[in-house]
Design a protein around this ligand. Structure first.
Ligand SMILES: CC(C)(C)CCc1c(C(=O)O)[nH]c(=O)[nH]c1=O
Length: 312
């Protein structure tokens, strides 16, 4: 069965990407992803201008026997130039997405100016889950700042670009963010990032399980699947068709991929479960999805993408 997607000028021969942050900080990680036949494309760890060590360990913890994860990595990455060097070092037979996350408004602009001025011709993704200023919510939860930053970006950025969004939990927030995003020539939206500021406790030690932020961290894994599905469905219904959709959050099986496609996802990305199973998970997900499609008599994902039924 045909399981491909198109975002702008980029054709993805497989539907599976790594979620930014997982299995993508080093050149070796990225090469391992590329070597896997069922990988559709690669996404870099969100880059800042300069290399960052990130937060002290423990900063990641698997919870509930792998049903979830909690992380407060703190943007550990080798800096924009490292990822640009990698992306310009050879030709790629799969689309690439360069993720960036400035720790300030100005850093976001500078990151994108450097990409605009570089020879990089692939896709870019602005991570809007990054903090803006202390005392204010993350950018994507500050609609005015989101509007301001995208207005500034599109004054100079002419290459393909999308945004990575945190989950929203209020229907009015879906309306507000979609209204803003629809004003811009965005390539794609990637939803969701981890569910912010969860907390996990070890009953034995009566302690939190990660060191940064007094144990608070982003939640990922199977337990966020209902939130990811809802965000992809809600945004798909509100965003203009030219903005394509990458569905992320809690994917562990072909059924989950099928569900995201019903919600309107063009591609999907896998984080927590990729970290557990390594890139071969994409082969499993692809064969599970193919089996579901054959069982249902579908020959192409286009036949059911976005066609989730309500109970009218
Ligand atoms: C949370 C931020 C550090 C502001 C951005 C990077 C990031 C991180 C991280 O590097 O801690 N973890 C996530 O689950 N999602 C993210 O977008």
């Amino acid at each position: 069965p045909q399981m491909t997607a198109q975002i702008g000028n980029f054709t993805f021969k497989h539907l599976f990407l790594n979620a930014s942050g997982v299995y993508c900080r080093t050149k070796q990680n990225l090469d391992d992803l590329l070597d896997n036949q069922a990988t559709g494309g690669i996404v870099t760890k969100s880059a800042t201008l300069r290399s960052r060590k990130g937060n002290p360990n423990p900063r990641y913890h698997s919870i509930l026997n792998g049903a979830g994860s909690i992380n407060s990595m703190g943007l550990p990455n080798y800096g924009l130039q490292y990822y640009l060097d990698y992306l310009l070092s050879k030709s790629f037979d799969k689309p690439t997405i360069l993720s960036v996350a400035g720790t300030s408004f100005d850093e976001n602009i500078e990151l994108l100016k450097q990409i605009q001025d570089s020879d990089y011709q692939g896709m870019t993704e602005l991570n809007l889950s990054c903090p803006n200023v202390v005392g204010k919510p993350q950018i994507a939860y500050d609609f005015e700042t989101t509007n301001k930053i995208l207005t500034e970006v599109f004054k100079f950025f002419k290459k393909p670009i999308g945004v990575k969004l945190p989950p929203y939990f209020d229907l009015n927030h879906f309306d507000q963010i979609a209204k803003i995003l629809n004003q811009f020539p965005l390539d794609h939206v990637n939803s969701i990032n981890s569910v912010g500021n969860g907390l996990w406790i070890d009953i034995e030690t009566e302690s939190v399980v990660i060191k940064p932020k007094k144990g608070f961290g982003g939640i990922g894994g199977k337990m966020v699947l209902p939130t990811g599905l809802a965000n992809v469905r809600a945004l798909r219904e509100r965003l203009k068709p030219s903005i394509k959709m990458i569905g992320t959050g809690g994917i562990t099986s072909g059924k989950d991929v099928f569900a995201y496609l019903l919600c309107g996802a063009d591609l999907v990305s896998v984080g927590t479960q990729l970290g557990i199973e390594s890139p071969k998970i994409f082969n499993r997900l692809e064969s599970e999805l193919a089996a579901i499609m054959v069982e249902k008599g579908y020959t192409s994902v286009n036949e059911f993408r976005g066609k989730l039924k309500s109970l009218e």
